[in-house]
Design a binder for this molecule. Structure first.
Ligand SMILES: Nc1ncnc2c1ncn2[C@@H]1O[C@H](COP(=O)(O)OP(=O)(O)OP(=O)(O)O)[C@@H](O)[C@H]1O
Ligand SMILES: [Mg+2]
Length: 244
């Protein structure tokens, strides 16, 4: 699994749980920490929150892609187009290339076969009851998608990592751990609530807001980027929730 392009997707059927925010931390984190890496952030949200606001950071190593060809007329993902994009990038065989997908609310694993072509599926969730309930359903739908690939080598299935976001306290985090304890997934570190994230997608003078946010979340970003870089080292499917 080493020595080729790594692909991650941020997904949850629930809206407003931090998918775009953490996809931003991942992309900027890889770009700023690893000088020889190439990152493509692909915005699968027709509203294009990420791509519109992040285009200004594009350079030789960091690109932002929003392509209508990735959707079908009914708004669902065009799996064959997305899979061939992932495979084309994968064929570069560079271990410092990263594809980061940000996906919209409402995504349905049953309609998203391309999830199976990713190395890691990150599932951000806030700690509110409604979000945890929706996240549990989403995780079950992911397992259904994996089961539909029963013939596939389990080692080839993506790892699933739940990312608690907007966490207020250690108790908050523990609540997520207890509520999702039967999920066959990894549980990532908490991203604590901070007003700095609320301004993440604004274009402020000299990008002070983005710099402050990256500085503030530096430990979290180190952990997050290392997890993707070493994704081959985590085995794909814990039988129940496994805290990283
Ligand atoms: N750790 C945090 N602390 C405070 N606010 C946060 C945090 N993470 C995200 N937010 C805020 O929560 C809101 C939703 O975040 P974001 O847009 O990343 O979610 P999303 O899952 O991508 O939403 P959508 O489903 O609409 O695409 C944003 O206003 C964002 O700034
Ligand atoms: Mg979003």
């Amino acid at each position: 699994m080493n020595g080729r392009t790594k692909t991650a997707i941020f997904a949850n059927s629930k809206g407003g749980v931090g998918k775009s925010t953490v996809a931003l931390l991942m992309s900027m984190g890889l770009a700023t920490r690893h000088g020889d890496s190439k990152i493509e952030l692909i915005d699968l949200d027709p509203q294009a929150t990420s791509s519109d606001s992040l285009k200004r950071f594009a350079n030789r190593r960091f690109s932002v892609l929003q392509d209508d060809a990735f959707f079908l007329g009914n708004g669902f993902p065009n799996n064959s187009k997305i899979i061939s994009h992932i495979e084309q990038k994968g064929s570069f065989n560079h271990n410092n290339h990263y594809l980061i997908f940000d996906s919209p609310a409402g995504s349905e694993p049953a309609r998203s076969a391309f999830f199976l072509s990713c190395d890691i599926i990150f599932v951000p969730t806030s700690v509110s009851d409604a979000d945890i309930f929706a996240t549990r359903n989403f995780l079950n739908s992911l397992q259904d998608l994996f089961s539909s690939e029963a013939g596939t080598n389990a080692a080839k299935l993506p790892s699933v990592v739940i990312l608690p976001t907007m966490v207020d306290s250690r108790e908050d985090f523990n609540e997520v751990r207890i509520e999702l304890s039967s999920a066959a997934a990894y549980l990532g570190k908490p991203l604590y609530y901070s007003p700095l994230f609320r301004r993440a997608f604004r274009a402020e003078a000299e990008d002070k807001n983005v710099k402050d946010m990256l500085l503030h979340s530096s430990d979290y970003i180190n952990w997050l980027t290392n997890l993707l870089i070493h994704s081959h080292a985590i085995s794909p499917r814990p039988r129940k929730l496994f805290q990283l």
